[in-house]
Design a protein around this ligand. Structure first.
Ligand code: PRP
Length: 207
């Protein structure tokens, strides 16, 4: 059996659709219920729905052989896994955003609100800029509106959340997309099977 951690939610639906098209269907996954584990014995595949930010934990620790995680999560948590494939879905970017009238004099310590503290720290270290990180767990856009921070470092997909809150992108840090990842030990034992999944998924990637 190959154990696959899928990110629960909209991205997960797209990811499963790719596995299905690639020949790894599991019809029971479409039943409307609260189950989290689905398997197709004939195809030797078992899927788990996990919180998107937890996929890399399941894979790193070997509870799943493979999984699909956003590059944002991989950059933030640096799990010790193989990154096999860029699936070219879940595309967005990591950016610095601020209120439209924000002016940065480049000198004083910048207050940065973010869910991605490591990405923000690495980015500003690279610029030699001193920052004060305010780690939040969601609704990051609120921080500069309420004066909690000067800027935010967050995911921008359509840009709608920024626009509707009078914020705009100041700098783009890195493009993000969903990646197929594999447990390092699992990959040694199931190399052929995992490579076959990666190859067939690769054929499903839309440009
Ligand atoms: C993410 C991200 C932004 C938003 C960007 O939030 O943190 O808030 O999506 O998408 P957009 O550019 O298409 O508007 P998410 O929905 O994951 O919720 P969160 O507030 O819990 O981070």
């Amino acid at each position: 059996m190959i154990n696959v951690a899928l990110p629960k939610g909209r991205l997960g639906e797209k990811v499963y659709a790719m596995f299905e098209k690639a020949g790894y269907e599991c019809p029971s996954i479409k039943e409307v219920n609260r189950k989290l584990v689905f398997e197709n014995e004939e195809k030797r595949i078992r899927y788990f729905w996990v919180k998107p930010s937890d996929v890399s934990i399941y894979v790193e620790r070997g509870a799943a052989d493979i999984g699909v995680a956003g590059k944002d999560i991989l950059l933030e948590y640096r799990p010790d896994v193989y990154e096999l494939l860029d699936l070219n879905i879940g595309k967005c970017c990591m950016a610095v955003a601020a209120p439209k009238d924000f002016y940065d004099n480049g000198v004083r310590t910048l207050k940065v609100a973010t869910k991605f503290s490591n990405i923000a720290r690495t980015y500003y270290n690279g610029l030699g800029r001193e920052i004060d990180i305010i780690h939040l767990n969601g609704s990051i856009e609120l921080a500069p509106i309420l004066g909690l921070s000067d800027v935010i470092v967050d995911i921008v997909e359509t840009g709608a959340t920024l626009r509707e809150n009078n914020l705009e992108v100041f700098e783009t840090i890195v493009p993000i997309s969903a990646r197929l990842i594999a447990n390092k030990t699992g990959f040694q034992f199931k190399t052929k099977e995992i490579e076959a999944v990666a190859r067939k998924l690769g054929e499903m990637i839309q440009p």
